[in-house]
Write a protein that binds this ligand. Structure first.
Ligand SMILES: Cc1cc2nc3c(=O)[nH]c(=O)nc-3n(C[C@H](O)[C@H](O)[C@H](O)COP(=O)(O)OP(=O)(O)OC[C@H]3O[C@@H](n4cnc5c(N)ncnc54)[C@H](O)[C@@H]3O)c2cc1C
Length: 268
């Protein structure tokens, strides 16, 4: 049976990278006063394709809860149906809209908040923007509880660093928010980090352990330990394409991390 959907009306859309053809969307659900979700969850968008067949795709919500609004961050996939359908919506009157259901998913922050490494590539930054807005709200108390939050964002070129100014502003305001964009194909003029996210995640873990005087376990916690006896002082949240997610999970496992410490969302 088809799921019940609501209409999300496009209020604003802008291109955040011409090169990557990536778009930021601000949608409003006029039939709701509040659209409640946990930062990091996704919506399922539904539309008929050229053959009249109903297509459904998942899109991470790129914002924290904000009245009846939510944001998406989507890039055009070559020959892809839904990403192009969204990217072609117009925010000019009378405005485009899309049918959605949700929120869905378990890619959410563990509470109480611990030190956390947020790791994303490409539009995998969408849920991280939701986390960041929720942890460090513009108009409310800081929810990070002073924990160290690292956002390691990997992409190829400087032009594809989505929401850079927003994250830089947060990092300038909150000493416990560390923003680490890293480029795999940087031009010579780039003075920031280079290479893949995994390299920088390893460095963060080693430096943190040294600072806290902790010895890295080296081997994963016993998988038969009952969940109620597991407690971690750091989590990793990984979002993006499967090859990156798998690679970071392997890196963390090699450091002795337990699989329950590694929360991930795969886009493919
Ligand atoms: C939980 C979840 C959350 C997601 N959140 C986002 C998000 O916030 N932003 C976003 O842009 N996408 C997101 N995606 C991916 C999204 O659901 C679609 O897969 C993507 O937009 C492509 O759909 P399409 O209809 O345009 O392409 P399709 O018509 O489904 O596919 C066309 C071709 O592109 C390939 N392809 C499919 N997906 C991708 C991809 N992601 N990258 C490269 N090639 C691909 C396919 O193998 C196929 O060959 C998410 C996926 C999941 C599972």
């Amino acid at each position: 049976m088809a799921r019940e959907t609501v209409t999300a009306r496009l209020e604003q859309k802008h291109c955040i990278s011409e090169v990557a053809q990536c778009y930021h969307f601000d949608f409003a659900i006029d039939s709701l006063e509040h659209f409640d979700f946990a930062p990091g969850q996704f919506v399922s968008a539904v539309a008929p394709d050229q053959n009249g067949k109903q297509q459904t795709r998942a899109y991470s919500i790129a914002s924290a809860p904000r009245g009846n609004h939510f944001d998406l961050c989507v890039n055009r996939v070559e020959n892809g149906f839904f990403s192009n359908h969204l990217a072609d919506l117009t925010d000019l009157p009378p405005g485009g809209s899309v049918q959605i259901h949700g929120p869905h998913g378990h890619f959410v922050l563990h509470e109480p908040i611990t030190d956390s490494i947020l790791i994303a590539t490409g539009t995998g930054v969408a849920p991280m923007r939701g986390y960041a807005q929720w942890l460090f709200p513009e108009d409310g108390p800081d929810r990070s509880q002073g924990k160290e939050i690292w956002l390691v964002y990997g992409t190829r070129y400087e032009t594809d660093i989505y929401y850079r100014e927003e994250f830089e502003a947060l990092a300038a305001k909150y000493p416990n928010f560390h923003y680490l964009p890293t480029l795999s194909r940087a031009q010579d003029s780039w003075t920031g980090l280079r290479g893949y996210v995994q390299d920088h995640v390893s460095r963060i873990i080693e430096e943190r352990a040294a600072k806290l005087g902790q010895k890295l376990p080296g081997m994963p916690a016993d998988p038969s330990t009952p969940p109620n006896l597991l407690s971690f002082d750091i989590y990793a949240y990984i979002c993006g394409l499967n090859f990156m997610v798998s690679s970071v999970r392997e890196t963390l496992t090699n450091f002795g991390w337990h699989r329950k410490q590694i929360v991930f969302e795969r886009y493919d």
